[in-house]
Write a protein that binds this ligand. Structure first.
Ligand code: ZN
Ligand code: ZN
Ligand code: ZN
Length: 123
């Protein structure tokens, strides 16, 4: 059975989708406009409540949430000896990322980023 989009109730849904492509686009546009508005207002684009920290687009409390989520994920992947980028493959010797991801990082980012993915020697 083909379901209709719950939003416009006109277009048919694609397999596994919750909104039709045009409603999805609309939602995306709305999201973008909302972020843009928050940015212009000097508000955090994540929560929209607190003023954004100077130089960034989010407030300090959201920044903490973001970094902690990232750091937490990375730490747990590091501990389980998995690539901190894809979380699937085993990291290469002396690296925190797998061969596949380090290859990708190499082409995508600059050398500095690739350096940062190396396991620090101090510890
Ligand atoms: Zn729709
Ligand atoms: Zn915030
Ligand atoms: Zn990887």
């Amino acid at each position: 059975m083909i379901e209709a989009c719950p939003k416009c109730k006109k277009n048919q849904l694609q397999e596994g989708e919750k909104l039709c492509p045009s409603c999805r686009n609309y939602a995306k546009e709305r999201m973008r406009a909302m972020r843009q508005r928050r940015k212009t207002d000097g508000k955090c684009i994540i929560c929209g409540r607190n003023p954004a920290t100077k130089g960034v687009t989010y407030c300090s409390s959201c920044a903490v949430d973001c970094t902690q989520a990232v750091i937490g994920r990375r730490k747990s992947l590091e501990i389980s000896r998995l690539c901190i980028l894809c979380g699937r493959n085993q990291p290469e010797d002396g690296l925190k990322v797998c061969g596949e991801c380090s290859e990708k990082a190499h082409t995508k980012y600059n050398k500095k980023t690739t350096e940062a993915l190396k396991v620090s020697q101090e510890a």
